[in-house]
Design a protein around this ligand. Structure first.
Ligand SMILES: O=c1[nH]cnc2c1ncn2[C@H]1C[C@H](O)[C@@H](CO)O1
Ligand SMILES: [Zn+2]
Length: 401
């Protein structure tokens, strides 16, 4: 029998307001709306971000000029061009924009530069731990082989961490190597992930067009990774529905789901306001399978109708293990803080919710357990406690004057 929780978007918001009001009366929970500045300052964790989807527009322009690659827009209009072109309502058309980023990432120098800047940008956004993914097989048009690609990106991440620390921002960044689901190199990429597991690569992923390319095409790679006790996530439930999610989890053994938004197709609202979870949705929630949700990207590809109607709202309310991510910062013109600000507007999320998403993400990271725990206890919890204390004082001052 399903539990009666009577969820609708309106009751969701009303319930949150009542809970907040009650908490304030008890005096234990400040209720000021979280500001964009506070969101940036809050320690955050990012599990799903593509290296080739996060370049600075200026860097794309400079690298393209250096190799004579023709771009579709002038440097000052490039960011807008990526956003508008990716805003297509289709995953396949969204992915076409990557031709121009991948084209300028074919040398060790360019990969290292892009990786360094990526870390600097994430650190400036208040991210303390990130797993950044890319497909090594897409960077072989120059002189590089797969190993050289991983080393060039690793060098950039290390340099970015060093520069961020110099600027007073501490961040840890690890690689996830992706295989393209339409191609046939997943076994090689899985072997690459295992080869570099002690040199900054924490996991494996498959990406690219989902419809027509089920994850089971790469079963040998997933079975190999399982034998090696290695971690992997699978883009599933974005451009295709429940069968893709089911295969990713039950057949391939994914640790996490990239997006997974379509899991809501297995959740029904009854006429009297009940919410019923189908077997697959219940399994995902019971097993605490992390969902790497990327709200802006999902709206652009048509996987979600709008930010306000994004399934993250319902899934959070139902206490799935939701994490919030950027996917492609360039194509969406976004940052993790912007994603959170959009969700805070849509669903009334506060500092405590931001901490919940962040702890979900840190618990779900592919980093070893002791390192996850250290970040939770020494960085994330103290960071939120300090912000919470500031807010409490600010609220008292507001009452006094
Ligand atoms: O959201 C996505 N879904 C599927 N594939 C994606 C998504 N974002 C980026 N990619 C693809 C395009 C990139 O070239 C590749 C590796 O990062 O992954
Ligand atoms: Zn993605």
């Amino acid at each position: 029998m399903s539990r009666r929780i009577g969820w609708t978007p309106t009751t969701e918001r009303a319930a949150a307001t009542i809970e907040r009001a009650a908490a304030t009366e008890e005096g234990d929970h400040p209720t000021m709306k979280i500001t964009p500045e506070e969101i940036v300052r809050a320690p955050k964790v990012l599990l799903h971000d593509h290296l080739d989807g996060g370049l600075r527009p200026q860097t794309v322009a400079e690298l393209a000029a250096g190799i004579g690659h023709e771009l579709p827009a002038a440097p000052e209009r490039l960011g807008e061009w990526f956003r508008e072109s990716a805003d297509s309502g289709s995953l396949e058309r969204y992915l076409e924009t990557f031709a121009h980023t991948v084209a300028v990432m074919q040398t060790a120098e360019s990969l290292t530069r892009v990786a360094t800047e990526c870390v600097e940008d994430l650190a400036a956004d208040g991210i303390v731990y990130a797993e950044v993914r890319y497909a090594p097989e897409l960077h072989l048009s120059g002189d590089l082989d797969l190993d050289a690609v991983v080393r060039a990106v690793g060098a950039g991440f290390a340099e970015g961490e060093r520069r961020a620390a110099q600027a007073g921002r501490h961040i840890v960044v690890r690689q996830i190597v992706t295989a393209m689901r339409h191609a046939a190199r997943s076994m090689e990429i899985a072997e690459l992930a295992v080869r570099y597991r002690d040199q900054g690569v924490v996991g494996f992923d498959i990406a690219g067009a989902e419809a027509g390319y089920p994850p089971t095409r790469h079963l040998d790679a997933f079975e190999y990774l399982q034998r090696e006790n290695a971690h992997f996530t699978i883009h599933a439930g974005e451009g295709f529905g429940l069968p893709s999610i089911w295969q990713a989890i039950q057949w391939c053994g994914a640790d996490r789901l990239g997006h997974g938004v379509r899991i809501v197709d297995d959740i029904t609202h009854t006429a009297d306001g009940d919410v019923r979870l189908g077997r697959l949705a219940a399994y995902v929630r019971d097993k605490r399978i992390p969902l790497e949700m990327c709200p802006s990207s999902n709206v652009q590809t048509g996987a979600a109708p709008s930010l306000a109607e994004h399934p993250a709202g319902l899934l959070t309310r139902l206490r799935f293990r939701v994490t919030i991510n950027t996917d492609n910062r360039l194509m969406s013109g976004t940052s993790l803080s912007r994603e959170f600000a959009g969700l805070a507007d849509a669903f009334g999320y506060e500092l405590a919710d931001l901490q919940w998403f962040t702890l979900n993400a840190m618990k779900s990271a592919f980093l070893p357990f002791d390192q996850r725990l250290a970040l939770i206890n020494n960085v994330i919890k103290p960071g939120y406690a300090a912000l919470g204390a500031e807010r409490a004082f600010a609220q008292m001052h507001q009452r006094t004057f």
